[in-house]
Design a protein around this ligand. Structure first.
Ligand code: SF4
Length: 346
């Protein structure tokens, strides 16, 4: 290990972020935290992580947990397929590996929901293996250190970065620690956009982008595609002290989850009344609710909404609709965070 990387490790020991999953990095802890951290900020994950581990402290508890329990623990984190995969993988580990999470990257990648990055993170952080957990932070740091001129989103960039880090890890006994040092450097010093803090960076003397004074020219990104915008109209339909939920189809966006009934487009009050009537309700009162927005990876929902006080049913409820007391909804149903503004009004 060169003097430079010794400096990086020293920097890490003094400046590392204190994160609960790092304090006791068992394979289970690293795995749960890495899955939660996909698409979710570190600060937001802390509370979910603590709650999840209290309820399901180990792999056998997760494997034995009923669906309602783990979905509820995930409520608010979004991307529910992540927790479904966690559960499926836990069952597989119990059945095929006697309850011990495997340490080899290839075997980890056979488990549902574990891709290249997560396998490398578990192998290096929990088992100390020489593996590169290549995330956005590591890619950015690599692109600046080497002044990488290619498009950072291309597979060639990932390959070049992986080779670069593997060379650094070559004679490194604690690959996990160095991986985490690079992750933290990216998260707190070599910041994205216009803000790298090169004056505090332990790698400044070997950084080509810094030497050229062109830190923010890297990484090179492809032109961004605009997210698709979808208008939706959401219905908070109340009947006595109950409300209506709809179960989404088993495939596609937010598959199988419960939501407030909603329709394509921005409906007028008249159209909204027709929609409610088609569900089999006579509306006593209707009033608009404030609009809300939710951003998914590839699309945005721009929602308008109505609260409808229903009088009586004209016909039996559709099979995919449920009439539930508000307290039951709060306790047992995990409504996707896309609807958070309206769940708060229940
Ligand atoms: S010197 Fe600046 S640009 Fe280079 S790695 Fe450090 S923080 Fe990033």
């Amino acid at each position: 290990m060169t003097e430079t990387y010794r400096k990086l490790k020293e920097w890490y020991e003094q400046n590392r972020r204190i994160l609960p999953w790092r304090e006791d990095p068992t394979p289970y802890h690293v795995w749960i935290s890495e899955i939660m951290l996909q698409q979710t900020r570190v600060e937001a994950v802390r509370g979910y992580y603590a709650r999840f581990l209290t309820a399901l402290p180990d792999i056998s508890a997760l494997a034995a947990a009923p669906e309602d329990v783990y979905l509820k623990l995930w409520e608010g984190l979004g991307y529910y397929s992540r927790v479904r995969n966690l559960h499926r993988a836990a069952v597989m580990v119990m059945e095929e590996y006697g309850g011990s999470i495997p340490s080899a990257e290839e075997e980890l990648r056979r488990l549902p929901g574990i891709g290249r990055y997560t396998a490398a993170a578990i192998a290096s952080i929990a088992f100390g293996k020489r593996a590169v957990a290549l995330d956005g932070n590591l890619l950015r740091v690599f692109s600046r250190l080497t002044a990488y001129e290619g498009d950072i989103k291309e597979p060639a960039a990932g390959k070049a970065a992986e080779e670069y880090y593997l060379r650094i890890l070559e004679n490194e006994p604690s690959a996990g620690l160095l991986n985490q040092a690079f992750m933290d450097l990216g998260a707190t010093v070599c910041l994205p956009n216009a803000a790298p803090r090169c004056d505090t960076c332990p790698l400044a003397e070997i950084c080509l982008a810094h030497a050229a004074g062109r830190e923010t020219a890297y990484p090179h990104l492809p032109a961004k595609k605009a997210r698709k915008i979808e208008e939706r109209t959401v219905f908070l339909i109340r009947y006595g002290d109950a409300a209506i939920l709809h179960k989404r189809p088993p495939k596609g966006l937010l598959a199988g989850l419960y939501e407030f009934p909603n329709a394509d487009g921005k409906l007028t009050e008249e159209e909204a009344l027709r929609y409610v009537a088609a569900l089999g309700f006579e509306a006593l009162r209707i009033r608009p609710l404030p609009p809300a927005k939710h951003i998914f990876t590839h699309k945005e929902w721009h929602m308008s909404a109505f609260e409808v006080r229903a009088d009586e049913f004209k016909s039996p409820l559709r099979e995919d609709m449920l009439l539930l007391s508000v307290s039951e909804i709060r306790e047992k149903y995990s409504i996707p965070s896309a609807f958070a503004s309206y769940t708060a009004l229940l």
